[in-house]
Design a protein around this ligand. Structure first.
Ligand SMILES: *Cc1c(COP(=O)(O)O)cnc(C)c1O
Length: 381
C-alpha cells in the first residue's frame, strides 16, 4: 500500500490530466459586484448574492447587534443547549414568508437536504428525482436507502412513467418526488404546476428545492411554488439563506408535524452545533428586506439586468455552454485577464462534455458592468 500523500498525488495528477483540477482562489474583499483577488479588482459574476444583500449594512448591523447580545458560538445543538431566540424568530419569519405552519433552520441547504430526505423516506420507499438535481439532494436520496429513480431533466412523461411504476410495484410505499425550482447550473425552471398535478395523481409527496428562487421569483420573492399558485400543495419546501438572502443557513418549511418530526429525526439537525445567533439575526433582517418595497425594487433591478443579458433567461443564472472542460477553463481564464470573474463549471458539477461558463447576475450590477461582460463573453464565442 502506498502512503496516503503519494497515492493522492497520483490521483490529483489524473484530475489535472482531465482538466478537472479545482483550486481555491483567495479573495480579499466582501462579495460585492467587484472583488479583489491578488491585488486586482475583478467584476464579480460568480456569486449567488442575487440581491446584493451579502454585505448590506442592514444585515451587518443585525449581525453585530446579535453578537453583542448573544456572543459568537451557540454552544451545542439546539436540542442540547437550547434554541436561542434569534433562531426561533428566523423560523417564524420563514414560515410567515412562505405562508406555512412552520419552518426549521439547518446550518446550510446541504444539511437541510441530507437531514430531511432520510428522515422522511427509507428502505422500501421510492424517490424519483430530476436528473439535474443538486448534489445534496442526490446524497440525501442515497443516504435514505429508498429505491431511486431518475427522470431526464424536466421530462414529465418520464416522471409519470416512474410514478406509475412505483405505485404498481410498491403499492404500500411512500413515494417522494424531488426537484428544484431553478436549476443551479442551467438556470431554467421546473414545470412545477404539472409536477404537482402528477405527484397528486399518484399519491406521492414533493420536495421542492427553492435555493435559486427564494428572494428572486414570485410575489415578494416567495419562490416558484408561490408564483405557480401551488405553494400549499408542496409538502416539503426547501431553500437556502445563503444565496439571495445574503446570509447563511438552510431551511425546510411545511406543516407543524413535518417540522416536529424533523426535530426528532433529522440527523444533520440533531447532531450538529446550532449556527451562530448572529447569522440567524442577519437572515431575519434579509427576509424583511426581501419582502419590503425596497426588496421589490431590488428584484426589478435584478430582472432588468437579467433581461439585458438574455431575452430567454428564466433566472439570474445564465450558462454559456462551451462543452470541453479545458476550453471552458481557458475561456474563464481569459475573462479573468480581462477583469471579469465568471467561473467555469465542469464535471461532476455538470455532465461530461457539458462544461460551461456560469454567469450569475445581481441587482447590484451596473448596466456598464453587464454591457462590458456581454462584449467580452461574445468575443469568447
Ligand atoms: C446551493 C444549493 C444548495 C445548498 O445550499 P447551501 O446553503 O449552499 O448549502 C442546495 N440546493 C441547490 C439547488 C443549491 O444550488
Amino acid at each position: 500500500m502506498p502512503d496516503l500523500s503519494s497515492w493522492l498525488a497520483s490521483r490529483l495528477a489524473e484530475v489535472d490530466q482531465a482538466q478537472l483540477r479545482r483550486r481555491l482562489r483567495v479573495v480579499d474583499s466582501p462579495q460585492l459586484t467587484t472583488v479583489r483577488q491578488h491585488g486586482r479588482e475583478l467584476a464579480n459574476f460568480s456569486s449567488n448574492d442575487y440581491l446584493g444583500l451579502a454585505s448590506d449594512d442592514r444585515l451587518r448591523e443585525a449581525a453585530l447587534v446579535a453578537i453583542d447580545e448573544w456572543g459568537v458560538g451557540s454552544g451545542a445543538s439546539r436540542l442540547i443547549s437550547g434554541t436561542q431566540r434569534p433562531h426561533e424568530q428566523l423560523e417564524h419569519a420563514i414560515a410567515d414568508f412562505k405562508s406555512v405552519e412552520a419552518a426549521l433552520v439547518f446550518a446550510n441547504g446541504f444539511a437541510a437536504a441530507i437531514g430531511t430526505i432520510p428522515a422522511i423516506v427509507g428502505k422500501g420507499d421510492v424517490i424519483i428525482l430530476d436528473k439535474l438535481s443538486h448534489a445534496c439532494l442526490v446524497d440525501g436520496a442515497r443516504m435514505s436507502g429508498a429505491t431511486l429513480r431518475v427522470f431526464p431533466h424536466n421530462r414529465l412523461q418520464r416522471l409519470e412513467d416512474h410514478l406509475r411504476w412505483a405505485r404498481k410495484t410498491h403499492p404500500l410505499a411512500n413515494i417522494l418526488v424531488i426537484t428544484e425550482s431553478v436549476f443551479s447550473m442551467d438556470g431554467d425552471r421546473a414545470p412545477l404546476r404539472e409536477i404537482v398535478e402528477l405527484k397528486e395523481r399518484y399519491g406521492a409527496w414533493l420536495l421542492l428545492d427553492e435555493a435559486h428562487a427564494m428572494g428572486v421569483i414570485g410575489a415578494q420573492g416567495r419562490g416558484l411554488a408561490w408564483e405557480c399558485g401551488v405553494a400549499d400543495r408542496v409538502e416539503l419546501q426547501m431553500g437556502t439563506l445563503g444565496k439571495a438572502l445574503g446570509a447563511s443557513g438552510g431551511y425546510i418549511a411545511g406543516s407543524c408535524c413535518l417540522i416536529d418530526w424533523l426535530i426528532n429525526r433529522a440527523r444533520a439537525f440533531i447532531f450538529s452545533t446550532a449556527p451562530p445567533a448572529a447569522i440567524a439575526a442577519a437572515a431575519t433582517a434579509a427576509i424583511e428586506i426581501v419582502r419590503s418595497e425596497a426588496g421589490e425594487r431590488l428584484r426589478d433591478r435584478l430582472w432588468a439586468n437579467i433581461r439585458n443579458c438574455s431575452a430567454e433567461a428564466e433566472s439570474a443564472i445564465i450558462p454559456v455552454l462551451i462543452g470541453d472542460a479545458g476550453e471552458a477553463v481557458a475561456a474563464s481564464e481569459r475573462l479573468l485577464d480581462a477583469g471579469f470573474w465568471v467561473p467555469a463549471v465542469r464535471f461532476p458539477t455538470v455532465p461530461k462534455g457539458g462544461a460551461r461558463l456560469r454567469i450569475s447576475l445581481s441587482a447590484a450590477h451596473t448596466d456598464e458592468q453587464i454591457n462590458h461582460l456581454k462584449n467580452e463573453v461574445f468575443r469568447e464565442l
